[in-house]
Design a protein around this ligand. Structure first.
Ligand SMILES: C[S@@+](CC[C@H](N)C(=O)[O-])C[C@H]1O[C@@H](n2cnc3c(N)ncnc32)[C@H](O)[C@@H]1O
Length: 217
C-alpha cells in the first residue's frame, strides 16, 4: 500500500532502529499508561518494529495488530510474531469499525493531513472506541534538545545524540516534524472534532493522550 502521505526516506528505518532503544529506555513510552482492558482488539498504526506491541503482549494482551508502511519496520514487527498489515495512517486498508482501540505513537508528526489521518482512525474504530496518542510536544526542553542536536557539535561527541541527529534530520527534511510542533492548536482542534478527550498529559519532551470516538451527530 502506497499513498501520498508516506514520504519517508529509505534510510529512516535503519536510523530509527539504531535510535529507538535510547528512546524506549530514556523516555516513558509505556502503553500501560492507557489502561486498555486485556482482550480488546488493539491496532498500532505506524507500529515500527513492534516495540509497543511487545510491551502490550508482555502484559497479557493477545488481540493485537500492527499497520506499517515501511517494509523494513514491517518485517521487523512480523519477525516478533505480530500480524502486521502494510498501510499508512491515512490509508490503513482496514475494514470499517474493526477495532476497539488504536494506538498512534510518534506517527501524526509523519503526516501532512491531520484531518485525513484522524478521519481514518475514526473509520476503523468501533463506536466509542479509544485512540491512544504519543507525540512530540513543543516544550522548552525539546527546543533546547533540538538546538543541541542541530546547532552544536554534540552529535559528534555523543553517540546517542548522533543517533538522534540522524533520525530527526530526516524528520526535519520532510518538514512534517516542525509543522506538527507549529500546528498544535489546529491538530488538537481537528482531533477533538471527532474524539472526546479522556486525558492529555504533557511531559518534558512528549505528550500522551487518551481519546474516545464521539458518536455521530
Ligand atoms: C518514530 S517511528 C515510531 C514507531 C512506533 N510507533 C513507536 O512508537 O516505537 C515512526 C513510524 O511511523 C512510520 N510511518 C511513517 N509515515 C507513516 C504514515 N504516513 N503512516 C503510518 N506510519 C508511518 C514509520 O515507518 C515508523 O515506523
Amino acid at each position: 500500500m502506497r499513498d501520498s502521505e508516506f514520504v519517508q526516506d529509505a534510510t529512516y528505518a535503519d536510523h530509527f532502529g539504531a535510535y529507538k532503544s535510547i528512546l524506549n529506555r530514556v523516555l516513558d513510552h509505556d502503553p500501560a499508561m492507557f489502561e486498555l482492558p486485556v482482550g480488546i482488539r488493539i491496532v498500532d498504526i505506524g507500529c515500527g518494529y513492534g516495540d509497543l506491541l511487545k510491551l502490550l503482549r508482555s502484559r497479557g494482551h493477545t488481540n493485537l495488530m500492527g499497520v506499517e508502511p515501511d517494509l523494513t519496520c514491517l518485517e521487523g514487527a512480523r519477525k516478533e510474531g505480530f500480524e502486521v498489515r502494510e498501510g499508512t495512517l491515512t490509508a490503513t486498508g482496514l475494514p470499517d469499525a474493526c477495532t476497539d482501540a488504536v494506538i498512534v505513537s510518534m506517527v501524526f508528526h509523519h503526516v501532512d493531513d491531520y484531518d485525513a489521518a484522524i478521519r481514518e482512525v475514526a473509520r476503523v474504530l468501533k463506536p466509542g472506541g479509544l485512540l491512544c496518542v504519543m507525540e512530540p510536544a513543543p516544550t522548552v526542553l525539546r527546543t533546547l534538545m533540538d538546538f543541541l542536536t542541530f546547532k552544536t557539535p554534540l552529535p559528534r561527541i555523543s553517540k546517542s545524540v548522533g543517533q538522534r541527529y540522524a533520525v530527526m534530520k530526516l524528520e526535519i527534511e520532510t518538514g512534517l516534524y516542525p509543522k506538527f510542533l507549529a500546528e498544535q492548536k489546529s491538530f488538537h482542534a481537528i482531533l477533538q472534532g471527532r474524539f472526546e478527550k479522556v486525558w492529555l498529559r504533557r511531559a518534558w519532551f512528549f505528550q500522551f493522550g487518551k481519546y474516545r470516538l464521539r458518536s455521530p451527530v
